[in-house]
Write a protein that binds this ligand. Sequence first.
Ligand code: PEP
Ligand code: MG
Length: 847
Amino acid sequence: MSLYVYDFDEGVSDTFGVRHPGGRDLLGGKGAGLAEMTQLGIPVPAGFTITTDACRAYMREGGLPGGLEEEIAAHIARLEERAGKRFGDPEDPLLVSVRSGAAVSMPGMMDSILNVGLNDAAVGGLARTTGNEAFAEDCYRRLVQMFGETVDGVEFGRAQPSLREAAEIYERETGRGFPQDAREQLRRAVVAVFESWNTPRAQVYRHTYGIPDDIGTAVNVVQMVFGNKGETSATGVCFTRNPSTGEVGVYGEYLVNAQGEDVVAGIRTPQPLEEMAQRLPDAYAQLLDTMARLEQHYRDMQDIEFTIEEGKLFLLQTRSAKRTAAASLKAAVDMTAESLITREEAIARIDPTQLDQLLHPMLDPTAEFEVAARGLNASPGAASGKIVLDADTAAERGKGGEAVILVRWETTPDDIHGLIQSQGVLTAHGGMTSHAAVVARGMGKPCVAGCEGLQIDVDAKTVRLGEHLLREGDVITMDGGTGRVIVGRVPLVPPAINEDFETILVWSDEVRRLRVRANADNAGDAAKAREFGAEGIGLCRTEHMFFGDERLPVVQEMILASDEAGRRAALDRLLPFQQSDFEAIFEAMAGLPVTIRLLDPPLHEFLPPLDEATDERMRSRIRALTESNPMLGTRGCRLGIQWPEIYEMQVRAIARAARAVHEQPLVEIMHPLVGFAEELRRLRELTEHVMAEEAPDIEYVCGTMIELPRAALRADEVAEYADFFSFGTNDLTQTTLGMSRDDAEGKFLTFYLEDGVIERNPFETLDQGGVGELMRIAVERGRGARKEIKLGICGEHGGDPASVEFCHGLGLDYVSCSPYRVPVARLAAAQAVLKQARRAEYVSAGG
Ligand code: PEP
Ligand code: MG
């Protein structure tokens, strides 16, 4: 019985995304695709998959698990039988490729080795049986090089060596001749693929995309088919729809007389697929037919690798295509219209984090500029930044907050850390399926590839861009949507939501239960939020209303006043400013709820540093207000309790603004950083008193943020005075974890994430086990005490898809996030409903 190895035709499959035992998790994406294509009768070379279980066992045991080598030998024997060739035969050798393939696609991150089974004798046999000596030598040279690089870490340099040179380099670097035993080659190749799971680049990739470290990769051993057998042979990559735009149509690239890695590595610039119609018409027709079948079968856009050996087509891989956000939306909407998928499937298919791409800037259409060079529009979006010529520098400067653009001849998987920290990537070489293009599209960064007007002199640290000679550090602007590159900075504009995006959002609105609000503290942001579909403001911070040239001196006067009367006099002068700010926001949000959070930061933030104090009085006040730990000091409602006249003024300004506007909003007055019910009792009294005085006719509610563990734990008591709770998960995360965000990110937290102590940044994605548990308690106790209490979240997590899903599960009423993330939250909220329904279905089916 198989433990670790399955032939492609052993009937293990992964139909319609339902994972049977033995599906994608076990066989990896590539293995599952090969098995399924075999079942569909699509031409696939024969072969077998060594499962991810084997990889996990390898990692656990630090070596190949017992029995695996025997299983591999048995499957090789079956492959030999089928192929009518023997592995290691010097006369007519069976050759295989050894390819990585995890359950989650990680393009280019792990290793593959082609032509395993060749040696000094078999190369002659291959030459004789094919009548093509050059081909045989080319195959052997590729094996020596790929095996050398992957298994033994040999560096062969840039230039393509001859077979003899490659063998010499191998021997010089390893101190041994190239291994001649086919079975030893295979065993070491399998080990190398397992090992490649843990290369730094693969780890960086996994951490970037939140892929678990322990799932391991499968290894596919595939009978070789040759795209490098001459002019009727070819290899290529194609997509069933355009991965940049989502448009239907033939889309791909191929190379005549080449092997697969030539296309993906960007070593030769490939030809557009359409050209194949003339050169290899039969194979082309069969390819188009197969592409259509695969898309129908998987009901999703496919990314396909193929090889044509002397006119005969073979598919080597099919997988769900990585695509830009725009392409995702278009394909989902179109496929729904084609009745290929349902609306729910269309919603579920969009990666909400990817939508960010569309919410990124574009070149200002009214700006005038001269295009210095053009390349392929490999990944859309626009960016300006300083030229950087290597990935390490890009990573370092990018981390330091500089906007950089990585400019390279081409990129390789080893550049991943530089790509992550760059605003965009520009390459002189490579096509739409080159590494830079694929990775940038996945990350939603602009990429211009194959820019022929670009020459790079790495030693001199200069770049020639069309007619311009530039140095590293000079600023350029690139537009990945059109392939244009411009010297200097071009103004960028925020994007608008296109029709496909709007369609998906409208569908999402029909499905979601959570309401989506925005955090906005001025009329401009409020208007933007509405444009993006916000259904109210969940957090209007009032701090900035105390800053500004006209206001700050008055605020300082208030702080420096020696008694309450002095403070009140200053506050009276501040009130009109606040009132007009509130009026503008209320107008923009006519009729919708607006939650206004009263002043939060400590007062010393409004005073200058001690050495800039203008007189002794100011100096002594600064000293008195200085705190050794301001995050835990006189913040939030503690301020309002000690200086109630400040909150009184704010509530008065809110009341007057609400009366002044045409259409009243639903006013929600929110008190920050409450820890004790008594705090809120007092502040509610204050609020009610002022509202009754100023605007007895205005309806409003009064509530609190939940930002402290104590407030969450005593939510039943706090709820007695609260019409609503809004989880301030920025502070709740800091106070629960005992981490100040400023002192964690970029410091020990970065180390924790890199070292795997924790998997996610808790300031970006809710720490469900800790902070989430406190939220759950607060929801339960809050609702227990006051059934109709309204519950929301306004920390940054309100725009994070995984956190939105969690909030849906908790039964919150709304999430609130920055205006640009409102569309992301709308989609994520709908997906949460669909996921919950799927889980329920699974459970009721006895899952
Ligand atoms: C919070 O703490 O989550 C919050 C929204 O408040 P702020 O970020 O202003 O502290
Ligand atoms: Mg806070």
